[in-house]
Design a binder for this molecule. Structure first.
Ligand code: HEC
Length: 152
């Protein structure tokens, strides 16, 4: 009788330990967070991405022309490759996807400036010397990088 009781207890203990080991094994879905979801879940205080982790697609046409114009007019605050700086947010963020900030919003931001409302970087001043022609290529460049990094 005592032996049976002991075997029963050991069996129960083994099931418990086995279950614990099974349920506490590492979850394969909790690896490093990919950059696109990091970009999507950014807090609303500061936004910056590591430039090296941004995918730069093969640029053609307008987007290719836009790179230099973006670097000249926008990168001081929005960072090379749209990564963001301590002067302005990354533009690789779902907030700035085409359906939420359309091309018109980009043009208006550059021509008229922006009152700070999403972040704590301060206001964006109107960009000096910007023209509709430059904006066309700059926006093509921004959209190409956004799309390559999952912001669409
Ligand atoms: C002097 C720094 C600075 C420069 C240069 C700059 N920006 Fe900005 N920009 C900002 C800041 C700061 C914000 C965030 C404002 C806020 O809190 O919403 C911003 C916001 C924006 C927004 C979002 C506007 C909105 O409606 O929320 C767009 C689009 C944008 N910038 C595009 C551009 C483009 C395109 C250029 C270049 C032609 C550019 N910016 C140059 C600082 C800058």
């Amino acid at each position: 009788m005592a032996n049976k009781f002991l075997i029963g207890t050991v069996a129960v203990a083994l099931v418990l330990v086995g279950g614990f080991v099974w349920f506490s094994r590492p979850d394969p879905n909790t690896g490093p967070v990919p950059i696109t979801s990091a970009a999507h879940s950014g807090s609303d205080t500061q936004a910056g991405l590591v430039a090296d982790s941004i995918v730069v697609p093969a640029l053609t046409g307008l987007a290719q022309q836009g790179e230099a114009a973006f670097n000249e007019n926008c990168a001081a605050c929005h960072g090379l490759k749209l990564a963001g700086t301590n002067q302005g947010p990354t533009l690789i963020h779902s907030l700035y996807r085409p359906g939420h900030h359309g091309d018109g919003a980009f043009a208006s931001a550059a021509m008229n400036g922006v009152q700070a409302h999403h972040w704590q970087f301060g206001n964006m001043p109107p960009v000096e010397g910007i023209t509709p022609q430059k904006l066309t290529v700059i926006i093509a460049y921004i959209r190409a990088l956004q799309q390559a990094n999952g912001v669409q």
